[in-house]
Ligand binder design. Structure first.
Ligand code: FAD
Length: 392
């Protein structure tokens, strides 16, 4: 059953059905057996382990909550549990997965026509085609709602896209990249399915990242990139449609933060029980126990919050502010957990070999992507006060 060292203090896993638990354990075993042994080396070299995509196919966990198109159609709760399990071993792999299954497939699922869904979702579900999601730009990050500089214009035959996208995960190798652009005529945001061999599309790998080194983030340049009307997401008419995708995926990012904190906590707990100083395991000292208790308290509060978040999602009641609150809270608590994990490990806390250093670095990416702390706080602030503090 579950490994003995487990960061599920309130037995939330027991709330899952046997079938759901079986899937959780299958994902956990896969991550331990197939991913953990190769992850630090790939992180160090900033290489993506393409061989695991083949192995991932057998798990059938892509597009978990979607109905039809070969997707499992399981509750959102299971999508969260899976995100936690993947991130518990490695946040880069969970980001690869979140971008493909959440942001890219989610855009097509929520904003695509029936034909577009039929064309892309089954192949993406089987991981035969990989997706990316291009919203952020070199000059526009938090302010994407009103500020996109990438433009599209219909020339009577095709849409012509011009601009740049920055930070786009998976984009160096993805088959289809969702590109969001502002229509020069209507000023509304539209989404496009851009294929990797489309003339006018160029993706260059961003080098020298200090977090998520396995994720292949790209700077994309679109130069008179022509896209047929058939490849415009037919149900995306404004930024509100983009925001619907982000609301769904932000919930997944909160679960990723839980996984990152859980992985660091479990490594640290194991370490403190084995490591001896002054003739006793350091876990026996009060100051170390205080760190461990702070960690498990944070982790437990994050998990219980995310359970309810997923329930809201499954009940069809998830609002932007629910997802934003979870993203803000979990990413702050995660930072506290990983820093305490690093602290109780002394010097070994900065060695890749002990895993915690990787969690500390990767936590910084979770902290910033899918809306920074400030932006998600402003979304919650707007909901509870009725005043929007965004300045446009
Ligand atoms: P900025 O928007 O420049 O913000 C800088 C600072 O100013 C932040 O602290 C911010 O909170 C603050 N700030 C901004 N506006 C306000 C305000 N009104 N009030 C108070 N404070 C404010 N994007 C994609 O489209 N696709 C991807 O696949 C993708 N993957 C990513 C992977 C990684 C590793 C990273 C780091 C980013 C990724 N992103 C991706 C982009 C990510 O979503 C942005 O980094 C994020 O939205 C923040 O934008 P920014 O970095 O431009 O920061």
């Amino acid at each position: 059953d579950l490994p003995p060292i487990d960061g599920d203090f309130y037995n939330l896993d027991l709330k899952l059905t046997q079938e759901q638990r079986d899937l959780q354990i299958k994902v956990r075993n896969f991550m331990e057996d197939e991913v953990r042994p190769l992850i630090n080396d790939h992180w160090n070299r900033a290489k993506f382990p393409f061989e695991i995509i083949e192995k991932f196919k057998k798990l059938n966990i892509t597009g978990v909550p979607y109905e039809g198109y070969g997707c499992p159609n399981l509750p959102f709760l299971m999508e969260g549990i899976i995100a936690q399990e993947i991130a518990r071993v490695d946040v880069s792999i969970s980001t690869f997965f979140g971008v493909h299954s959440g942001l890219a497939m989610g855009s097509i699922y929520l904003c695509g026509s029936e034909e577009q869904k039929e064309e892309w979702l089954p192949k993406m579900q089987r991981l035969e085609k990989i997706g990316a999601f291009g919203l952020t730009e070199p000059n526009v990050g938090s302010g994407v709602a009103g500020g996109l500089e990438t433009t599209c214009k219909f020339d009577g035959e095709n849409w012509v896209i011009n601009g740049q996208k920055k930070w786009i995960g998976n984009a160096t190798f993805a088959d289809v990249i969702i590109i969001w652009a502002r229509d020069e005529d209507s000023n509304q945001v539209k989404g496009f399915l851009v294929k990797k061999d489309n003339p006018g599309f160029k993706a260059e790998k961003m080098e020298d990242k200090m977090a998520l080194r396995i994720v292949q983030n790209a700077l994309i340049t679109l130069t008179d990139c022509k896209v047929a009307e058939n490849d415009r997401l037919q149900k995306a008419d404004s930024f509100k449609d983009t925001a619907n995708v982000l609301r769904m995926t932000r919930a997944g990012v909160a679960w990723q933060a839980v996984g990152c904190a859980r992985g660091a906590y479990e490594s640290a707990l194991k370490y403190t029980k084995k490591r001896e100083q002054f003739g006793r395991p350091i876990a026996s000292y009060q100051l170390i126990q205080n760190h461990l208790v702070e960690m498990i308290s944070n982790l437990t509060s994050m998990q219980t919050l995310c359970f309810r978040l997923s329930e809201l999602q499954d009940e069809g009641q998830l609002e932007d502010e629910h997802a934003s609150l979870a993203k803000v809270y979990c990413s702050m608590r995660m930072r506290d957990v990983v820093s305490r994990a690093r602290e109780v490990m002394g010097g070994n806390g900065i060695l890749l070999e002990y895993d915690v250093a990787r969690f500390v670095a990767d936590a910084e990416a979770i902290y910033s992507y899918e809306g920074t702390k400030e932006i998600n706080s402003l979304i919650v602030g707007r909901a509870i006060t009725g005043y929007s503090a965004f300045v446009s």
